[in-house]
Design a protein around this ligand. Sequence first.
Ligand SMILES: Cc1cc2nc3c(=O)[nH]c(=O)nc-3n(C[C@H](O)[C@H](O)[C@H](O)COP(=O)(O)O)c2cc1C
Length: 394
Amino acid sequence: MARPVLRTAFCDLVGVEYPVALAGMGPVAGGIVGPVATAELAAAVSNAGGLGVIGGSGYGPERLREEIARVRALTDKPFGVDLLLPANYLGEAADRPPPADPRELVPAEVREGFRAMLAALDVPWLEAPSVSTATRPALRGRGGGMSDAQMEVVIEERVPVFASGLGSPAPWLDRLHANGAVVLSLVGNVKNARRLAGAGVDAIVAQGTEAGGHTGRIGTLPLVTQVIRAVAPLPVVAAGGIGDGRGAAAMLAAGAVGVWCGTAFLVAEEANQPRAQLERILAATEEDTRITRLYSGKTMRNIRNPLIDAWEASGIRALPMGVQGIVIRDVVHSLRAAGRDDLLMNAAGQIAGMLTETRPAAAILAGIVAETVEILTEGLPAAVTARAGNGGHA
Ligand SMILES: Cc1cc2nc3c(=O)[nH]c(=O)nc-3n(C[C@H](O)[C@H](O)[C@H](O)COP(=O)(O)O)c2cc1C
């Protein structure tokens, strides 16, 4: 049978058949298995006609280079790399020389709060080994230091599509464009969309609060429609809560040039997900996620668990991203030692409720495309009678 046709300006911009992207999802579950969107998942989506994006944020520079080589070995289609480029990684501590032991950046009352909270959940507090070597590179430079080195790899490797999750790719934009790369930036509000459009990115990914992972406060529909108005004629891709053809068709009707799907691919067979996290997602309803700063210091939508509820109730304050990461490293170590992987981070969005089985990524993509095409070509014309009027004059 002929392949369905679904084409938008996004297809021309990044050189893909279908305007559906795999979001570049980074590590979950405290990074115990690396990013969710590895080369395998990204290549599977690209080979199926979408845009596969590697979630590069948790990789050190050399590991990122290997992952780019791996995706190139698995597909000859365009692919992307996503990185987090937070402007404020350490908060006020960025202005002081890094301490010998990064744990000194964590206020004593925060550490004690965590210790007591874990004790109440029967989890003994254990410090992760070699915290200083593991986190020191993340304590220097812009965006926490790591992103500078990661960006050098993205540029050297001439990655075809670059996506920034948090922050701005502005410092690297000229070099990315000189490589011919297409640069996309995720935003959660109109102000940041305007700022990044002004900086010269090639498209905005407007991500609504329904999304899994780091997320803002504005729902996808009001965000996408207002971002489109704000940055026109720059193309806008819709993200957050899109997991089927109903969502994708709605976003194309709203004026988005494509859709950026994360949670829908968390249950792909190629997704790099720990079993415990996957099973919670398959069992979750649309009510089972909660936004918390617990795991990263920034607002992140997760499958709800008793640790999130306890932390939210405790009043323990969130620290800047890099500093929260230092204390969370010990939390992850303690949870793993106690066999409580169910309390680890499990980022997922509100569409988790519609995910009930694992499938190959190609089948997930084909399902979204086929349903979108069906709605646009048959469903809508059959269900809606619409004809432009002539202003009331006969
Ligand atoms: C497990 C998980 C990890 C994520 N990690 C990242 C990341 O590292 N960088 C990024 O830009 N976005 C990340 N996101 C957000 C996605 O890019 C995307 O915007 C979001 O998943 C879209 O909403 P949806 O989950 O409803 O499909 C992540 C999302 C999830 C679910």
